[in-house]
Design a protein around this ligand. Sequence first.
Ligand code: SF4
Length: 420
Amino acid sequence: MPISDTASLQSNNVSYAPAWEAHPPPLGIYIHIPFCAARCIYCDFNTYIDLDHLKTGYVDAAQREIEMVGGALNRPPAQTIFFGGGTPTALAPEHLARLIDACRRVFDLSPTAEITVEANPGSVSAEGLRALRAAGVNRLSFGVQSFDDATLRFLGRIHSADEARQAVDEARRAGFDNINLDLIYGLPRQSLAEWQATLEAALALEPAHLSLYALIVEPGTPLQRSIERGDIPPPDDDEAAAQYEWTLERLARAGYTQYEISNWALAQPGDDRTPRLASQHNLIYWRNQFYVGIGAGAHSYVRGVRYANVRHPQTYMRAVMREQTPDDLPAPALDPATRDPIDVALAQSEQMMLGLRLVREGVSAAQFAQRFGATLEARFGATIDALLARGLLMWDGDRLHLTRRGLLLANQVMAAFLPD
Ligand code: SF4
């Protein structure tokens, strides 16, 4: 049935503190673009290299989904748009501009909204970057991964290190100053010196933001199969830990503030715990706030329910064009198997596991009580005391956050907050 008669974000099916949920912070809007020129060996994202013929129809469907979702939620406030993938720059800039315009029409998008496009260095041109800037995009996130050409070839990336440098230069000339570089460390056979060379090459470009991820070998990827066959060794956890520890020191010396386990922003005058150049969109996830996901396989968290769209682009396009949606969720392409109502105990656990990833901001006791109507002490007192005693957590005023030791053992800390 049509959803135009559902009018707010307020939930009827979970027991959050009603004041928080009736007036949640502005939404984040994630838009998934599931097209790539080639498949990287480690990638298990929902992306396709043989569906270019669907691009125009896919944009039509995404535009329609934006209109339906924004209408169903009665034009809610939104603070960010994030185009992820896949490779969003596999689409023409005018396609991305059309989707941004649709968001502006049906969401109450803040005039200061962060609008990010993930881009691969091999898929951008000077003209395309200027068009994105003109469309209102104000942050670029380049999937660079390495500044070593042999490593890039090993990973299946389509660009070279020089092309990455050129892409950053062209982005600056097009007017972008908020540029993130994604890099991967902890690769099979990657020495500390090799990782150091990649990070130094990134620092030479003075990006506003760095996202540094340890390689994860995902099931079903070509990388996993090669490791299983014994063609290449698995990543060395000790080497990755040494690379991470060196990175913490090096980026601090270079003037970057670590605000999340894997994310750093160039420090700015007047920065608080959370730097001004932090990814505003990802902060919505780490603060456990609500977001809508547009596009094939995109995830949403709205009205206390987490859910995902159907994964395949063709199935997604058919679902949206049917213009039907469940009564209770703004989700025309819902995959019912993914519907996951988050009860209050789970939401509290997630608040801790996500919030503690923010290494300086952490979890505010007052905000926790305001959202859940229960104190941190009442809910997690014994767990917190045990982690304080082990030197893994510390209080900073009202905020609980990881210590340096807790940062290095973050998985253990997060696991302590898993629901019973
Ligand atoms: S470019 Fe990104 S999304 Fe595309 S295959 Fe490579 S890792 Fe996956």
